[in-house]
Design a protein around this ligand. Sequence first.
Ligand code: ZN
Length: 157
Amino acid sequence: MNPRIEVRMIPEGRVGDGVMAQAASKPVPAPDELSKPFWEAARERRLVIQRCAACGYYNHPPRPICESCSSERLEFHPVSGRATIHTFIVMRQPNNAGFETDIPYVNIVVELDEQPMLFVAGNLPFSELDRIHIGGRAEVWFEDRGADLVVPQFRPL
Ligand SMILES: [Zn+2]
């Protein structure tokens, strides 16, 4: 067996399958038809989440049908950007391309105020670790990734 690990690089700007494209520094999102409204709003520094017009359930990440009632009547709605920190983990090994120079850093998962179990992930510099507590409050901010791409992130309040 060959123990060598093969790393497949994804060309920057690839669109259509929702995977993260490899940029010069951090990965950048590759919006597809489902997620395009989320990323377009982020560029305007607005946080929107896909919501079902039939039952009101928020779906994230965006889906072709509602996770709660299977309706296809899905729209994007602005949300408050207020959240509770659900969990976090300190990343100490450079396993994720583009983040090597930031090691260590903190991955967080927040639960948006709009609905229980409505989770969004983000990351923060290690210097924020002392302020990150499970159950603590957080708010959205918008990180520029260059090339007209903006990523919604969350920081502790
Ligand atoms: Zn629904």
